[in-house]
Write a protein that binds this ligand. Sequence first.
Ligand code: NAP
Length: 308
Amino acid sequence: MSEGRYDVIIIGGGPAGLTAGLYASRARLKTLLIEELIPGGQAAVTHHIENYPGFPGGISGERLMENFKRQAEGFGLEIAQGRVERLAREGDYKNIYTKDTEFLAKAVIIASGSRPNTLGVPGEEKFKGRGVSYCATCDGAFFRDAEIAVIGGGDSAIKEALFLTKFARKINVIHRRSELRAEKVIQEKALGNKKIEFIWDSIVEEIGGEKIVKYLNLKKAKGEERFQLKVEGVFVYVGNQPNSDFLQGIVELDRGGYVKAGDSTETSSPGIFAAGDVRSKLLRQVATAVGDGATAAMAAEEYISRAG
Ligand code: NAP
């Protein structure tokens, strides 16, 4: 069933998608944003964002994204819920298919973001939701006064470890190297926090327990030394992978599956643009997603007026 024609359809409602929606709507293009879950993306489940300019005291991710959404809707952006399964081109229009609906658009902006990686160790799947989590904002409060672990050494791991100090008694940050990847300001805060202990050069081999998580089996990254750590919960922050499976064969992807698109955000397929974390680029932040979203909307407007 075809659900209507749009000038621009945006796939994904994180910071990049919502900004593209704001700019496209202000350009008076008939614009629809399709989001699988609730608008806001990964930023919306980030407890506190303190490096998005304009908020000297920081702002909760949920509030910031709610503001993005209200601002875009205020200029006429339509938002629909659905999971885009396929994208195709037919003549001047691009066809966007969700489970039960087909949409048509003159230009498409892919802003489908990324999702957290799993560790892929025994016990991870079994204990998901029973001590294993990928979202401190969602699950942190379940670990009041508990000893827990955070896996990873990037911005997400260290920021969320700091957030978890509100609830947990002790947080063991387990990193496979002896140097963190996270922003220096965040590192300094974590290294100076008495509730956080770092377990360096260590790899999780197994997550164990009975009904819920009880321990981690760890191994030193170099050598064969193995040891066990008793924890009641484990938060996994070992990077992300792009939500680009539905784009195979439609636009060029890099080796990691990110969409290839330069500064103009135009992909290898004319009229299809990529913005935010799903785009192959150097820095993935709300600030860079916003820039991508604005550029993609302007590039889409130009494409539509050129195509007549
Ligand atoms: P990331 O920067 O890719 O870091 C992933 C971390 O997990 C790295 O420390 C990595 O170790 C480790 N890791 C990867 N695979 C592993 C495995 N199999 N076992 C154990 N450890 C593993 O991911 P992220 O922290 O989610 O950040 C993603 C992007 O979002 C980044 O661009 C980041 O800057 C951005 N971000 C920014 C903020 C912010 O407020 N500034 C907050 C969240 C995210 P190695 O270091 O050894 O590779």
